[in-house]
Design a protein around this ligand. Structure first.
Ligand code: GAL
Length: 497
């Protein structure tokens, strides 16, 4: 029988737990900065889209607003058609050239329009790829069902309406080493992926694209069959299955030259009968930013693997200061995938260890850097904070800006103890500038930027991008208080703009 005292202790414990959970929940809600999208239609996503002639075309119009929604396109090139209930545009375009189309999304509240430039030519990934990858989430515990669930959730959560469009399978889908099809040498899947073609068809039917992973060496990092000696054959197999993206890793490559090894994949991808985004993943060895583009690389990892800690994320993100020169439409620096939401690298997931402020820093910096945005969390378990963090269309528009510039630091204030505040700037297509005022210290700090540092003069409009709020006109400088490990992300435009 519990005594009176132990009963009291249990009650006290229950009350304290309840208070703790409530305080956590309200802290979480208090950190939500972005207003919810309105019911009126709004078309999000890129303003430019690259495709190779004659290859299969898939673009889903990303639009927020109340459903049902009707989609249409004016001036759609010959060979393409649109499904009016979903906004999926499919088909293929015969000839090279540019074409401006007007996307339209309508519901009971009205109609939104947006111009999209379709560039039919050699270069794809004209804006950084946005999507999901299985690694930071499931690691080797990935399987067909988890990929389907991620695709379903990308649509049901509404992430697709903000331009999130790739579902990428990482390591551990292949057969064991040397277990290829004996007669043809064709790569085989393991039992967790019974039918890759059916899986690709499923993901495509949702209006999403799908990616895969391989390795230049004899084995992948997870110990499965690599592509060495089968580079072109493997790319053709992925194309036959229906993949739109391939990440190529660098384990078990003793004695190999990255440039030579990756060229074989680049050449094969150039000949494939579908558009495949080419992701070089050799952790920045031998500076892939110097040669990745010449091999047809659309993105190249610049560092080792990220984890969900401040040291890892900020160490990687803030060390990208020299690489802005190499980011351009079709060719992106890749400081690794995002570590927000529930991550785990295996069957057991946990909430990211980054604080809300650190997560704002993470997303702001990756958007300013024009980095690919690949979510590494379980999309079926998105909390309100994470969802809000990933659906701010003004912030995502900075990442997707069609000028394709990378950000650079213009002020680094070194403080005693090795800490700093930093100001990073990205030039935008419309002449405005996106600016991140970062506080890397453990205390609140005033962060200040003088117009001279931004090469501007006179009155300028300042908009707070996370809160989607105009802050007014500023004549010489902008100053604000920034939370520890946090950021203020603003857009500065000429007064008339
Ligand atoms: C690493 C790579 C990770 C992940 C992993 C899979 O080399 O950087 O992103 O792909 O291999 O084994």
């Amino acid at each position: 029988m519990p005594t009176k005292k132990s009963f009291f202790n249990i009650l006290l414990f229950a009350l304290l737990t309840f208070a703790f959970v409530v305080s956590l929940a309200s802290a979480d809600t208090a950190c939500i900065l972005t207003p919810k999208p309105s019911d009126a239609p709004q078309i999000n996503g890129p303003e430019v889209f690259g495709v190779r002639p004659q290859n299969p075309f898939l673009f889903t119009i990303p639009a927020t607003g109340k459903r049902p929604m009707r989609f249409s396109v004016q001036n759609l090139p010959k060979g393409l058609s649109i499904e009016e209930n979903t906004g999926h545009i499919t088909g293929s375009i015969e000839q090279e050239g540019d074409c401006n189309v007007t996307l339209q999304a309508g519901n009971e509240m009205g109609t939104a329009k947006k111009t999209l430039k379709i560039k039919v030519g050699d270069t794809i990934a004209l804006t950084p790829p946005m999507g999901w990858n299985s690694w930071n989430c499931w690691g080797c515990a990935v399987d067909d069902q988890k990929i389907r669930a991620a695709a379903d959730a990308m649509v049901s959560t509404g992430l697709i309406n903000h331009g999130w469009s790739y579902i990428n399978i990482d390591d551990c889908w292949q057969c064991g080493e040397n277990k290829r099809e004996p007669d043809t040498g064709e790569i085989q899947t393991n039992e967790k992926f019974p039918d890759m073609k059916a899986l690709c068809d499923y993901v495509h039917s949702k209006g999403l694209k799908i990616g895969l992973y391989t390795d230049c060496g004899t084995m992948t990092c997870g110990g499965y069959e690599g592509s060495k000696g089968h580079e072109s054959q493997d790319i053709m197999t992925y194309a036959k299955w229906g993949f739109d993206y391939v990440k190529i890793d660098w384990c078990h490559t003793e004695g190999m030259q990255p440039r030579r090894a990756y060229k074989k994949f680049g050449d094969a991808i150039g000949k494939a009968p579908r558009d495949i985004v080419f992701s070089i993943c050799n952790w920045g060895e031998q500076k892939p930013w110097m040669w990745g583009k010449s091999l047809g690389g659309n993105l190249w990892r610049t560092t080792g693997d990220i984890t969900d800690t401040w040291d890892s994320m900020s160490g990687i993100g803030f060390s990208q200061d020299e690489l802005y020169k190499f980011a351009k439409p079709g060719h992106w620096n890749d400081p690794d995938m995002l570590v927000v939401g529930r991550v785990g690298w295996g069957p057991n997931l946990h909430q990211t260890k980054l604080t809300p402020d650190e997560q704002y820093t993470h997303i702001s910096l990756w958007c300013l850097l024009s980095s690919p945005l690949l979510l590494g969390c379980d999309l079926t378990q998105l909390d309100d904070f994470t969802m809000n963090l990933l659906t701010n269309d003004e912030v995502l528009a900075i990442n997707q800006d069609r000028l394709g510039k990378g950000a650079k630091p213009v002020v680094i204030n070194q403080l005693p103890g090795g800490e700093s505040t930093q100001i990073w700037v990205k030039y935008l297509q419309d002449g405005a500038k996106a600016v991140g005022l970062f506080n890397l210290t453990d205390e609140k700090k005033q962060v200040y930027v003088n117009w001279e540092r931004l090469d501007i003069k006179g009155k300028h409009k300042v908009r707070d991008l996370w809160r989607q709020k105009d802050l007014g006109l500023f004549e010489r400088s902008f100053k604000t208080e920034v939370n520890p490990h946090g950021v203020e992300m603003i857009k500065i435009s000429a007064q008339s703009g």
